[in-house]
Ligand binder design. Sequence first.
Ligand SMILES: Cc1ncc(COP(=O)(O)O)c(C=O)c1O
Length: 442
Amino acid sequence: MSQDAPSIPNDLDAFWMPFTANRQFKKNPRMFVAAKDMHYTTSDGRQVLDGTAGLWCVNAGHCRPLITEAIQKQAAELDYAPAFQMGHPKAFELANRLADLAPEGLDHVLFTNSGSESVETALKVALAYHKVSGQGSRTRLIGRERGYHGVNFGGISVGGIVANRKMFGTLLTGVDHLPHTHLPGKNAFSRGEPQHGAELADELERIVALHDASTIAAVIVEPVAGSTGVLIPPPGYLKRLRDICDKHGILLIFDEVITGYGRLGTPFAADYFGVVPDMMITAKGLTNGVIPMGSVVVSSKIYDAFMTGPGHLIEFFHGYTYSGNPIASAAGLATLETYKQEGLLTRGAELGAYWEDALHSLRDAPHVIDIRNIGLVGAVELQPIAGEPTKRAFSAFVKAFEKGLLIRTTGDIIALSPPLIVEKGHIDQIVDTIRTVLGEVD
Ligand SMILES: Cc1ncc(COP(=O)(O)O)c(C=O)c1O
């Protein structure tokens, strides 16, 4: 360990860690103390390859100079400006850049501090939009099984991850769920979009028939479900959802918190699949994960519906103290500039075939029951240990970390999403390490 490396605090008790096995961690802490580009440095001085872009967010790699400098400069120049009834230039600049980057027709941006807040914001915009448009009976929200939309009440209500929901009471009322599209019996070891399951979009027609379109405000889906284990839509599925929403006057919301900013080899999943939603939720890669920030990019149809009535009145009663915060805005601008200068938003398309072949070479590795990939996302699904779900994947996670690779596991699925600056050599290292690890776990 270098002499000036930060030391580990000797009491880890106070911090109740998020989505973490606290007792296991605190017995055997895994601490990062520095990071650069594709690697972290651990507290005992080891280099660990980042196979997950942090939590799907560090798309340009770690400690990138433009972003670091922008934050430093902004902190010294304008640290904070009130978000309500006052402005500062960088929030407007960032909104313009984002609207330019977003698919045609998505032109207005609300800023938040996270993916979860963006989800709540989008759901509230949907309800209020129908209200201001004279269709206040449209209050139902439709999510999807195995969907992840953050951890706040709206998000877990439309989300479909049982463990994230079951402790928290009745959640929002008036929510229904589409079935997920994960069909391992038919689609295992698909490369890219899986062949079967597009007809599952028609379940939306069933839900509409049950509740009546006049009661439904919005459908929210992740174009590719990430946190629940990389569930890729079959060809035509999202287009079909779009068509059904249009037919019934329902808003379509894409939660692009993971798929945004180049993860699929296009700026957004909407570009990849050629389907434009009415609202697009982003976070994570917006600031390269460096400063908390999220956004909801909405169509002019929605924005314009609110811009009526006396000019001195607030049009939408919603916002956060830190919406468009100066330092976050500066980080966002520098991040988008880094993506542009380095062609990162399309790099996944260039490397996609190599990534796909490398991942699928693990097909004959022990315990593997499925492999899925799209852009620079991959999942290796393991056979769970009978009666002990998640244990095998968690052991793989710990072993990979010990061997210098950060992976992410959800259930018994290893999910991979390296920074978009990843090189072929890193991909080889990721796959070789996972192969070794799978040979060693029970
Ligand atoms: C699709 C999706 N939506 C929302 C969120 C929540 O984002 P945050 O953790 O920033 O609140 C996540 C986080 O992983 C996500 O993957």
